[in-house]
Write a protein that binds this ligand. Structure first.
Ligand code: UDP
Length: 372
């Protein structure tokens, strides 16, 4: 008999939901994370009483009432609605693309006018079936918006030409012919009062937790502690990069406390959509919680080239990477008592609600397999 039923590698949202669900059914779990804190990328910490999202803005949104009720059982959420602005060379535009954006771009007043502007730009571009991000974007909103609000941002973010990126990335963004600046179409949205760290701490309450411990520094010993492993890290690293390395987009966050400045940009998120500004966006954290503190904290988000060993952020789901991932997936399926899940192990661009669904799904699958 080993000491624990499960070793969970990674104390991010995925690993924490899995740990919570397993401990609820009486299983013993040890959760380890190489970072010095729990929460993975949803980690938040307080700076001068301002909840700061250390690894970029995390706005919870979902269409699933089940997932919403689930997350709300761990924290109270505020009424924050994401309505970012785009700053293109000093001019501001509303996002997502809606009647406000069309008015700011073209002066169009009615949906018909805006639609016909887009249609004429689409016709000019002669796109039949869009097969990359550029074509998809022009088909959705026309060339002007593509050039000013999409191309620069996207190429900075992904480090590639928009013609080499898959169309689905842009399909995340709504296009509306109403004056509605809500970035998400989902039914439920908000920011947890007090941040995400207390949520994850609640989920991990029943588990043994060790932070600052890299699984691969002593894999054999750590594996010997538990009957099963749930691995949420990079799948290629688990298999020692035997087929090659998967590509990610890296990020660098520059967080600054601005003392005695109570309001820096008047909005939580401002995207810089030109290609010259080196960062993609500036987050002003206090606006996530309607804060009235005398100081403010801002974070500039710089996309960077990912080097193996650095923090991986966005999986680059192009054809080559997906093919490589499928080879690793094949190996993963053949492991005994090792389960893979989450953004890095599944190599997918997941939102938080999808992560919760995937984690609950994994626990259900494991329990089924074990006839529990
Ligand atoms: N995007 C853009 N301009 C913007 C915001 C988003 O072109 O001002 C595109 C870009 O390609 C980005 C994608 O839309 O990668 C998805 O944006 P989202 O805000 O969902 O990205 P995330 O917040 O996950 O980085």
């Amino acid at each position: 008999m080993k000491k624990y039923d499960y070793l969970i590698v990674g104390a991010g949202l995925f690993g924490s939901v899995v740990a919570y669900e397993l401990t609820k059914t009486g299983k013993t779990c040890i959760v380890i994370d190489k970072r010095g804190h729990v929460g993975g990328n949803v980690y938040t910490k307080s700076i001068r009483d301002i909840i700061t999202h250390k690894y970029g803005a995390h706005i919870f949104h979902t269409n699933s009432q089940f997932v919403w009720n689930y997350i709300c059982s761990f924290a109270e959420f505020n009424r924050y609605t994401n309505s970012p602005l785009a700053n293109y060379k000093g001019k501001l535009y509303n996002l997502p693309f809606n009647m406000n954006t069309f008015y700011q771009m073209w002066g169009t007043i009615s949906p018909e006018e805006a639609l016909s502007k887009i249609e004429s730009q689409k016709l000019e571009a002669k796109i039949d079936i869009p097969d990359n991000l550029e074509e998809q974007a022009i088909s959705l909103v026309g060339r002007d918006i593509y050039e000013k609000l999409i191309k620069g941002y996207t190429e900075k973010q992904w480090g590639r030409n928009a013609t080499e990126l898959p169309a689905f990335i842009i399909q995340r963004l709504p296009v509306r012919f109403t004056f509605d600046n809500n970035y998400f179409d989902d039914k439920y949205q908000g920011i947890p009062i007090g941040g995400y760290t207390p949520i994850v701490e609640k989920m991990l309450r029943g588990s043994e937790v060790i932070t600052g411990l890299d699984y691969f520094s002593d894999k054999k010993y750590l594996d010997s502690l538990a009957e099963n492993v749930v691995y949420t890290g990079e799948i290629d690293r688990y298999f020692n990069y035997c087929y090659g390395t998967l590509e990610y987009r890296g990020l660098r966050f520059e967080t600054v406390l601005l003392k005695k400045r109570s309001n820096y940009q008047g909005n939580a998120v401002v995207n810089y959509t030109d290609s010259d500004t080196p960062y993609t966006r500036i987050i002003e954290h206090k606006h996530f919680e309607f804060g009235s503190q005398p100081d403010t904290v801002i974070t500039k988000e710089y996309p960077v080239v990912f080097q193996p060993g650095a923090e991986p952020y966005y999986p680059i789901n192009n054809c080559d990477n997906n093919t490589l991932y499928n080879k690793y997936l094949d190996l993963a399926c053949r492991q005994n008592n090792v389960y893979f899940g989450g953004r890095l192990a599944e190599y997918k661009y997941y939102n938080m609600d999808q992560i919760i669904e995937r984690a609950l799904n994994l626990v259900a699958r494991v329990r089924l397999r074990k006839n529990e």
